[in-house]
Design a protein around this ligand. Sequence first.
Ligand SMILES: [Zn+2]
Length: 119
Amino acid sequence: MPHAVSGAVVKVYRRFFLGGQKWTAYIVGPKSKHLVHEGEHKGGTCSYYDGKIYISSDQSAEQREDYFLHEVLHALIWLCGRGKFFAEDKLEEDFVVAMTPHLHRFLKDLGFEFPKVPS
Ligand SMILES: [Zn+2]
């Protein structure tokens, strides 16, 4: 596990495209300012307009995959026009929280492997 560096990006987890936009997922220290959302520290966050996902280094591989998938789902909903589907942020969050473990399990059953954190 990489050591926690407060506020610093520890490493690039993965670069990818969603809806033609270039995205980057970063592994950051658990105290990173990038993990603060609405005043609370989270295990993962998503910054839509600059195409960035931040995931805390302070997690197991399984949790990290869950956070990555969770944030990618938020990004996909945003790309599809979130306001068309969810009248409030809480509804979207509840949907993403409910969907993530099922999608995670399904992808693993298909043989999908999440990227490893580069050493
Ligand atoms: Zn969420």
